[in-house]
Design a protein around this ligand. Structure first.
Ligand SMILES: NC(=O)c1ccc[n+]([C@@H]2O[C@H](COP(=O)([O-])OP(=O)(O)OC[C@H]3O[C@@H](n4cnc5c(N)ncnc54)[C@H](O)[C@@H]3O)[C@@H](O)[C@H]2O)c1
Length: 391
């Protein structure tokens, strides 16, 4: 068998697990040859350098594996990259790079292998997509779009070539503790512990789910169970699912919050009706983390929400405002203003070392941005690293 992206993370765990399962021969392929070689040496496999983003590279890899070990029974197209935290402004070269690595690599492998596997009476093609390929990764458009296409490639191949004996699986994990996740999270200390509490799997957990899923010959292999629940929510209430994303984009893309959990419940969940004092309620809940604060957003889709007033007065009863402590108020104000956030006024001096302004999130909730430049000031927030406490 061949495993691409095998130099680390999920790929390495797959090599280890398939070795234990008794795979006859494994070719560990990666752009990082030294990494692939180290994994191959550890598990008695063969290393090969490949650029999965090039058809010539994928074809040469398949030829090499076939010449070295005989026909390929399982081709695991797992290599992937994080891509930029950006939307349509992502440069074309990045779109192209992600498209090649996350989509075309699977197609090129299928183009080369399906005739051979059909001739041999069968074979197994697996690709690693992501939960982002079934749902949405709010901050990363190119990653989301290309991973969606990867799911589609697997579905299409599965449906079309089942009769020829070609089995297809597509692995869609959520967060997994690998270099790719560390890069995506900007490696803030403490963040991984928080996300771990919310369900980061280890690469070995994904490998276990893969073995189980391939034994059952399942098209979608979902190592995180709540991804299936969220797919149901997305399918049954697509508008509700999408509505939330404008607000999420504000908190994640503009304010830099990270998503810790994302789930929802359907009509008929008695305990939710009891807690909310609503009848037949359904909602999506997203827990966000920013520094040492957690914010939980809810989007109720049932009962039909009443009209809100995006300009409601801050003195009206309810949550009056959320305050974010910033280190450069003018810079943050200009950045958010340019991104379309509404403010009541430009930054104001409210005390010798305290400046502040109020604005609104997309739902009219009041967001205060505050800068306290004197660490000894009585309202200075003590969690900033320079004030001696970990963020
Ligand atoms: N870690 C997560 O949270 C997560 C979640 C969902 C899906 N995934 C997917 O899992 C797969 C494996 O990623 P990982 O998390 O183990 O990350 P990783 O960074 O540990 O491994 C990815 C591997 O792919 C290799 N690679 C990248 N571009 C390549 C190219 N053009 N040609 C050949 N090799 C290349 C890298 O060198 C690396 O060894 C990826 O497809 C990724 O998108 C990861």
């Amino acid at each position: 068998m061949v495993i691409t992206g095998g130099a680390g993370g999920i790929g390495r765990a797959l090599v280890e697990r398939f070795t234990r399962e008794g795979a006859r021969a494994i070719v560990v392929a990666d752009a990082n040859l030294a990494g692939a070689q180290a994994v191959a040496d550890e598990f008695g496999a063969t290393a090969r350098q490949v650029d999965s983003g090039s058809e010539a590279g994928v074809v040469a890899l398949i030829d090499f594996a076939t010449e070295t070990h005989g026909p390929i029974d399982v081709y695991f197209s797992n290599a992937g990259v994080g891509g930029p935290a950006a939307g349509p402004e992502t440069p074309d070269e990045e779109w192209d790079r992600l498209w090649r690595i996350h989509v075309m690599s699977h197609i090129w492998a299928a183009r080369k292998l399906i005739p051979v596997m059909t001739e041999a009476g069968g074979g197994y093609l697996v690709n690693t997509s992501s939960a982002a390929g079934l749902l949405i990764q709010p901050s990363a458009m190119a990653y989301t779009v290309t991973k969606h296409a990867a799911v589609s490639v697997a579905e299409w191949l599965s449906m079309t070539y089942a009769a020829a004996g070609i089995k297809v699986s597509c692995v869609c994990p959520q967060a997994v503790q690998t270099a790719l996740l560390d890069e995506a999270m900007g490696q803030t200390s403490g963040a991984s512990e928080v996300v771990a509490a919310a369900g980061v799997l280890q690469p070995e957990d994904v490998a276990d789910a893969v073995i189980e899923g391939m034994r059952a010959e399942r098209l979608l292999i979902l190592p995180h169970q709540d991804v299936a629940d969220r797919m149901v929510y997305r399918a049954t209430d697509h508008e509700g699912w999408l509505d939330m994303d404008e607000t999420l984009a504000f908190y994640v893309d503009l304010l830099g919050c990270e998503i810790v959990t994302d789930w929802g419940w359907q009509v008929g969940t008695d305990v939710a009706d009891k807690i909310t004092a609503l009848h037949d309620c359904s909602a999506r809940s997203v827990m966000l983390r920013k520094g040492n604060a957690f914010i939980e957003l809810f989007q109720y889709t049932s009962p039909e929400p009443g009209p809100g007033d995006p300009d409601r007065r801050v003195c009206d009863p309810g949550l009056t405002h959320l305050c974010f402590d910033v280190t450069d108020l003018d810079e943050e104000y200009e950045r958010l203003l340019a991104a379309g956030m509404k403010f009541h006024c430009p930054p104001q001096d409210v005390a010798p070392s305290v400046r502040t302004t109020y604005g609104r999130d997309p739902n009219g909730n009041v967001i205060e941005l505050q800068q306290v430049s004197d660490d000894k000031h009585r309202i200075a927030v003590p969690w900033l690293p320079e004030r001696g406490l970990a963020q």
